[in-house]
Design a protein around this ligand. Structure first.
Ligand code: SF4
Length: 266
């Protein structure tokens, strides 16, 4: 029997798509690195939901964020550096210890499904833990393509940062810088429409945007980044649900989908 450390529900699902045979083992949710607690609870809830749906056996560790203490040598480290090696090793070590407790002979992790993690860092940490505990580490690549994963993500929380406080701050900083850059260009190229900037992150109606040409509309949306563009006609945008604008995909919603708040915006 194997114990499979689980970092989050999307990576759990990806691992099962890639390796359905893993289902006969025990999944172990241990992530003291996740900050803040509410975020941990959201990830845990989704994991439990996904696990129960797939009928998997699982064990939940008690959340104790003080167990994640990367130390001074990790301060200021970029994602992927010493802090991450420490974090991954910590979680794998606890998984191997659980193997010894319950008599499992090997361990692996759904971290191997994460498209943003280095497989070699995970393998290095896994081998170190194997040498220290004598429990066999099983590496591999558990990533699957997005299109096969998407149908399983309905109702599953998909986080937008890795987990620890530093990664959260990194994402926030990146967001602030991106917003500043977008606003500068919006002012320069669409200065007469600056009143529409208030729709950044919110739904906007198609008829509020006085741009006809599709490529220019895409450029405009790639800067504004609204949560959705609301259209009234069924045939508009050929019935598509997304408008790809390059780095940003804008959701297209037919009017009858919009909620009360959206409908008050016009
Ligand atoms: S960025 Fe992710 S892997 Fe790295 S320390 Fe933070 S939570 Fe751990």
């Amino acid at each position: 029997m194997k114990i499979i450390h689980v970092c989050c529900a999307p990576d759990y699902l990806s691992s099962l798509i890639k390796r359905p045979d893993l289902l006969g083992n025990i999944f172990y949710f241990y992530n003291p690195n996740v900050f803040p607690q509410e975020e941990y609870e959201r990830r845990l809830e989704s994991f439990e939901k996904a696990c129960k749906k797939s009928g998997a056996a699982f064990i939940l560790a008690t959340y104790d964020p003080t167990e994640f203490n990367p130390g001074l040598h990790c301060l200021g480290e970029e994602e992927g550096g010493a802090r991450c090696s420490y974090c991954i090793e910590l979680r794998l070590k606890k998984t191997a210890e659980l193997c010894l407790e319950v008599g499992a002979d090997s361990f692996t992790s759904t971290l191997l499904a994460s498209p943003r993690k280095s497989l070699s860092i995970i393998d290095r940490a896994g081998k170190m833990v194997e040498d220290a505990t004598g429990v066999v580490y099983e590496g591999g690549n558990l990533r699957c393509d997005r299109s096969s994963l998407s149908p399983f993500l309905n109702g599953i929380y998909v986080q937008d940062y890795c987990g620890c406080k530093s990664s959260l701050e990194g994402v926030r900083l990146h967001r602030v810088e991106r917003e500043k850059r977008d606003l500068e260009r919006f002012r320069r190229d669409y200065g007469s429409l600056i009143a529409l900037w208030q729709y950044r992150g919110r739904a906007i109606r198609r008829e509020q945007i006085p741009i006809v040409e599709e490529e220019r509309l895409k450029d405009f949306l790639s800067l504004l980044k609204p949560s959705a563009i609301l259209v009234s006609e069924q045939s508009f945008f050929d019935g598509k649900s997304w408008l790809k604008t390059g780095s940003y995909n804008c959701r297209i919603l037919r009017e009858y989908y919009c909620d009360e708040d959206d409908s008050k915006e016009s």
